[in-house]
Write a protein that binds this ligand. Structure first.
Ligand code: SF4
Length: 327
């Protein structure tokens, strides 16, 4: 997306996020590091269970309690380390600094309040000086911005009266009302049809241009990443497999997993949608992670040594890193 300011506003350093389960402690995110720049979009891609949503929930400090925890590492936002911030301070950051759009808007909207009231509450919280009339005007304007037809009428409706696509737009409106520095979007469009998906992505881009917010876009779809991201983090089984500017990643993918992912993107050929390749094998369970490289059971290049140590991320080009012993 934007190429404006290169200022780093979020720095995740060696993040380890763990869950206590009946079968012991598992690490869903292990040693993940990345930076997010103002006005730019960072994509986090990987199959389900790779740790991308847990990374997002760690940044928001919304891990399920008491089982989930940030075990070590830092999440630096302005002068704060989110990993260790007191709960009240974190509440503030979730309001003003970092907002998140979840996969399932049904669960995030309150069913008993009208849409206008829920959106109004966000404005009220962020702009305490606004009066009721201004809040209502701002809310209508925001609904209009996210492409909701007849916004004045929608203000007085409840979530069950509008479609899934509209609910997702209301969620985006609420996430943006506080003018966050960072918007985290976790598969925000997967439940929507293709046309609406495209509209929502366009809308996020437009708002980013307008406000300079950074976006962390989480998805399993590399196609979407190609369209909207500046930088990409490829995650596999809780670790970073590869990290690169988006053009570089598509032009010269280094990690065997990234290459496999790229060759499994469904393409439109003629009128038929074909899936070229399916990556063989399964993602290892977090309960039974292999020693060494986590991709070894699926990797066509696995060699002696891959099962002993885990490969560190190595620089393989300008701002391009991959964690594989082939590098
Ligand atoms: Fe494959 Fe070994 Fe590289 Fe892992 S470290 S991706 S198993 S070659």
């Amino acid at each position: 997306m934007g190429k404006m300011n290169q200022e780093v506003i979020l720095k995740v350093k060696n993040l380890v996020t763990a869950f206590d389960t009946e079968e012991g402690r598992i690490r869903a995110v292990e040693n993940v590091s990345f930076e997010v720049k103002k006005g730019q979009t960072m994509g986090i891609v990987g199959e389900s269970g790779c740790g991308k949503s847990v990374t997002a929930l760690s940044i928001m400090r919304l891990l399920p309690k008491p089982t989930g925890m940030i075990e070590s590492g830092q999440i630096l936002f302005h002068d704060n380390d989110i990993a260790t911030l007191p709960a009240e301070k974190m509440h503030e950051i979730r309001g003003y600094g970092i907002s998140m759009i979840f996969q399932e808007p049904m669960t995030a909207l309150n069913p008993v309040h009208k849409i206008g009231r829920q959106l109004g509450e966000v404005f009220q919280l962020h702009f305490p000086k606004m009066n009721d009339k201004e809040i209502r005007e701002k809310s209508v304007e925001m609904l209009q911005k996210v492409g909701i037809p007849e916004p004045v009428q929608r203000m007085d409706e409840y979530q069950h009266q509008i479609s899934g696509g509209m609910r997702q737009r209301v969620m985006i409106a609420m996430a943006l009302a506080g003018e966050p520095d960072i918007l985290i979007a976790d598969e925000p469009t997967t439940a929507l049809d293709v046309t609406i998906q495209a509209q929502i992505l366009k809308l996020m881009e437009a708002l980013q241009r307008e406000t300079g917010m950074a976006i962390i876009f989480i998805t399993h779809a590399l196609g979407v990443i190609a369209e909207i991201c500046d930088d990409v983090l490829v995650m596999y089984a809780g670790t970073v497999a590869e990290k690169a500017p988006v053009v570089e990643l598509f032009k010269d993918p280094k990690h065997p997993y990234t290459r496999d992912l790229l060759s499994s993107i469904p393409r439109l050929e003629g009128k038929r949608k074909t899936r070229l390749n399916v990556i063989r094998g399964m993602v290892p369970s977090l309960y039974e992670l292999p020693a060494g490289c986590r991709y070894q059971n699926r990797c066509p290049y696995a060699m002696q040594g891959c099962e002993i140590e885990s490969p560190p991320l190595k620089s393989v080009g300008e701002k391009h890193f991959a964690g594989c012993f082939l590098m």
